[in-house]
Design a protein. Structure first.
Length: 364
């Protein structure tokens, strides 16, 4: 039989066991509730944090840069290209700002916002858009987009080719046609963009288009401008062939080229620098597109400008925007290093402002 003392000890032991079990249950419940708390920390939250960390960082960057609302992440799954596109354009603008602040490049990156610049900027008041024309980078198609937006034609397909560049009939006002106060207001408030491409490839395109093929029949390039360049820059004056690329390079690289530019008038827009055309360090542009990535940049620009539901950029033929390194090297293969270096010295601002590498044949 159990004595009273033994019974007392057994009840104490049993009570202690119940107390331990009770405390264990309370602790277990507390731990479970803590792990289930969406605002808490714990092992069950780690997979969510690991999968979302990239997007959290990207949201933070975009909000700091005050991106347009349509590009703010909404928590949905984004493809790599949709995430990458805004970052690419943000990086381009950041590079532009940094180079503009480089005092060593000031003479190559800055210009005055003159009538020459304002003449290059086309206006769409209806949708508050400014487009700076940089010839030889697909500008004809962007003009068509703006012509439709301005209401002159209902679709791009309806626009006759001879109307696109006829600024009396295409319904595209230039920024220079407004008063100073109206110009300032548009520069401050409107969506502004332009397109660039590798500077040397653009020069080759300009040379071929104006002095070799001349598809729109602009005889002044061959019969007035070409002879003027040949007289000044051809080494062998006995040659009778038309303007050669070597002559063209010597003209463009000459530090004293401006006396001929004045004679040629606005025709020089096809080969002067992007700086001279659009004043990118003086005008705060919203987007800078690149010809080499136009398949991605064109839809992005339309969306950023809020017009993607109204018009589409015309179909880009396959391979038309790809940088042709072989072609560039071939055109410059017969040009002296001295002439190429002088040419690069003039266009260095364009190379640096828009992230284009110095050509390999200049480094060898």
């Amino acid at each position: 039989w159990l004595t009273p003392d033994n019974m007392h000890h057994r009840w104490l032991l049993l009570a202690a066991c119940f107390w331990v079990i009770f405390m264990f249950m309370v602790a277990s419940k507390f731990i479970t509730l803590t792990f289930k708390d969406p605002d808490g920390y714990g092992a069950k939250q780690e997979p969510l944090i690991l999968t979302a960390v990239t997007k959290v960082e990207e949201v933070h960057v975009q909000e700091e840069k005050h991106w347009p609302e349509e590009f703010q992440p909404t928590g949905k799954a984004y493809s790599g290209s949709l995430i990458r596109q805004p970052l690419v354009h943000m990086e381009r603008l950041e590079l532009l700002r940094n180079v503009c602040r480089d005092t060593a490049l000031r003479d190559l990156s800055h210009t005055t916002v003159s009538k020459f610049v304002l003449d290059r900027i086309f206006v769409c008041d209806k949708h508050k858009i400014l487009f700076c024309q940089t010839p030889k980078v697909g500008n004809t198609q962007w003009k068509k987009v703006l012509i439709v937006l301005n209401g002159a034609f209902s679709s791009i397909e309806e626009i006759p080719e001879n109307i696109v560049h006829d600024h009396e009939k295409n319904g595209l006002p230039r920024l220079s046609s407004f008063s100073d106060s109206e110009i300032k207001k548009r520069l401050n408030l409107y969506f502004k963009f332009f397109i660039v491409r590798d500077p040397f490839e653009r020069l080759i395109s300009a040379f071929k288009d104006k002095f070799v093929h001349n598809p729109r029949f602009e005889p002044w390039y061959r019969h007035e401008i070409a002879p003027g360049i040949i007289r000044k820059y051809r080494k062998n004056r006995t040659e009778t062939k038309g303007l050669q690329f070597e002559d063209f390079v010597r003209y463009l690289g000459d530090p004293n080229h401006r006396w001929l530019d004045v004679q040629f008038g606005d025709h020089i827009i096809h080969w002067v620098t992007y700086v001279e055309l659009c004043a990118p360090c003086e005008i705060t542009y919203s987007v800078i597109g690149h010809h080499e990535t136009l398949e991605d940049d064109a839809p992005y620009i339309l969306k950023a400008a809020g017009i993607d539901h109204l018009v589409s950029y015309p179909t880009i033929p396959p391979g038309i925007t790809v940088y042709n390194k072989t072609k560039v090297e071939r055109y410059f293969s017969g040009i002296s290093k001295r002439d190429i270096r002088r040419l690069y010295a003039r266009f260095e601002g364009d190379f640096k402002l828009f992230g284009y590498r110095e050509p390999d044949f200049l480094l060898n």
